[in-house]
Design a protein around this ligand. Structure first.
Ligand code: HEM
Length: 160
């Protein structure tokens, strides 16, 4: 994860826009994941709690365990926004998080669809304030987070 890749202006745009989202993380996380399941319904079976599969995205989006996952996702984004000036300090955590997702069957390519869904959610929440500059800043931040998580897929099982 490169240090100083986000300009001061981009950092400010991210902090300002995240303030509008982070006040109600679950509500916005539901928008993100509803979009994700619309774009790729095959991700639904990856969420199983007590070996039980959800029959529909609606059922999944209402389950307490899944709402906990939404909280976890929003906390990771929150951590990234809180460390914009020192993203490398999250590198090891994110690499391990990538490994955990590999273990539950997530394909690294699916993180592009998550990125699209994140931008969709930000646009819905911010409306006209979601300017091209804000969008670009978020793309840069999300790419840095995914790049660090991707390393979890690159680590050989023997290296664990
Ligand atoms: C393709 C999209 C994703 C799928 C299918 C997925 C799936 C899962 C599953 C099945 C678990 C384990 C069960 C659970 O804790 O609910 C999990 C855990 C977790 N996920 Fe995801 N996830 C996705 C995206 C993300 C993203 C984008 C983030 C954050 C940037 C994230 C953060 C977490 C965290 C923090 C945990 C808990 C890890 C731990 O136990 O230490 N997930 N995810």
């Amino acid at each position: 994860m490169e240090s100083g890749m986000l300009s001061r202006t981009q950092q400010a745009l991210i902090r300002e826009s995240w303030r509008r989202v982070s006040g109600s993380p679950v509500q916005h996380g539901v928008v993100l994941f509803s979009r994700l399941f619309d774009l790729d319904p095959d991700l639904l079976p990856l969420f199983q709690y007590n070996c039980k599969r959800f029959a529909s995205p609606q059922e999944c989006l209402a389950a307490p365990e899944f709402l906990d996952h939404i909280r976890k996702v929003m906390l990771v984004i929150d951590a990234a926004v809180s460390h914009l000036e020192d993203l490398p300090c999250l590198e090891e955590y994110l690499c391990n998080l990538g490994k955990k997702h590999q273990a539950v069957g997530v394909k690294v390519e699916s993180f592009s669809t998550v990125g699209e869904s994140l931008l969709y959610m930000l646009e819905k929440c911010l409306g006209a304030a979601f300017s091209p500059d804000v969008r670009e800043a978020w793309i840069e931040l999300y790419s840095a987070v995914v790049k660090a998580m991707q390393r979890g897929w690159e680590v050989l099982p023997e290296g664990d």
